[in-house]
Design a protein around this ligand. Structure first.
Ligand SMILES: [Zn+2]
Length: 263
């Protein structure tokens, strides 16, 4: 179910692409005594990652908060629900499964805590921009509070990555660091020395010294052999080294091309 977002208390920025989705829930025909009037609580997220939680609540709903559009938010409504609980029967003490009511606010609080942990909020002492709102739609103040909280978390991640980069621990920089940089700096993130995803470098064996070198190398950094020159000198088959093959092809094309031009 989509709700139109356009009340006067919202800034234009937060209007874009905002959706509030219902949690997948079912009606409670079978357990009317556990019903509490279907109260609900709305959770809003400005966190740019996917948040999911598979619950054991009635109907086994998967609670999901999708990444919001940049500058917007996504929302989730959670309802009063119930969970099957194992309780001893008061007469004979045998285990009995009974539905136990769970108010929507308890569900919502648990989800916010779980998601704060799963997105590594705990490590920094800060939390992602996910929280319970009082009404059906977030107010400007509620969105600002989420933004302030998340900015602290993301700034922490950017500084953490800077530190790791300086200490030569680049392999410990992960997608959350990059997400934080992208969210806080947008295009500027690419100016961070650690931001570009590390490209896995393939290796080949040097035809002169046999050492493992980068596939794209044209000169061996170990023995300093000029690889294309070596291939040409002994008329070696370049099929084993596409980088060298491409280089020689380009060289020959360059000669032919300039010749043609001169004529
Ligand atoms: Zn070599």
């Amino acid at each position: 179910m989509a709700y139109s977002i356009g009340t006067s208390e919202l800034e234009p920025l937060s209007v874009m692409g905002s959706l509030i989705e219902d949690a997948p829930t079912k009606e409670f025909q079978d357990h009317t005594r556990a019903m509490m009037g279907r109260g609900f609580v709305t959770i809003v997220s400005i966190y740019p990652g996917l948040l999911e939680y598979r619950s054991r609540h009635y109907g086994l709903p998967v609670y999901t908060l999708k990444p919001p559009p940049r500058g917007g938010y996504s929302g989730l409504r959670v309802y009063d629900t119930e969970e099957w609980m194992n309780r001893p029967d008061p007469t004979d003490g045998k285990p009995t499964w009974l539905p136990g009511p769970i108010p929507a606010r308890v569900v919502a609080n648990a989800l916010v805590q779980i998601w704060a942990r799963s997105s590594l909020g705990n490590k920094s002492g800060f939390a992602p921009g996910v929280g319970i709102i009082e009404g059906d739609e977030p107010t400007t103040a509620e969105l600002k509070a989420l933004r302030d909280m998340q900015n602290k978390l993301f700034n922490w991640y950017i500084l953490d990555a800077n530190g790791k980069h300086l200490k030569g621990e680049a392999t410990e920089i992960n997608e959350i660091h990059r997400m934080a940089a992208k969210e806080m700096l947008d295009k500027g993130a690419e100016k961070l020395p650690w931001y570009p995803t590390v490209v896995f470098t393939e290796v080949k064996d040097c035809i002169a010294c046999g050492k493992q070198i980068e596939t794209r190398a044209l000169v061996c950094p170990e023995c300093k052999t000029d690889l294309p020159a070596r291939y040409l000198q002994y008329n070696l088959d370049t099929a084993a080294d596409p980088m060298v093959a491409a280089f020689i092809a380009k060289m020959n094309f360059g000669k032919g091309h300039s010749k043609g031009k001169d004529n």
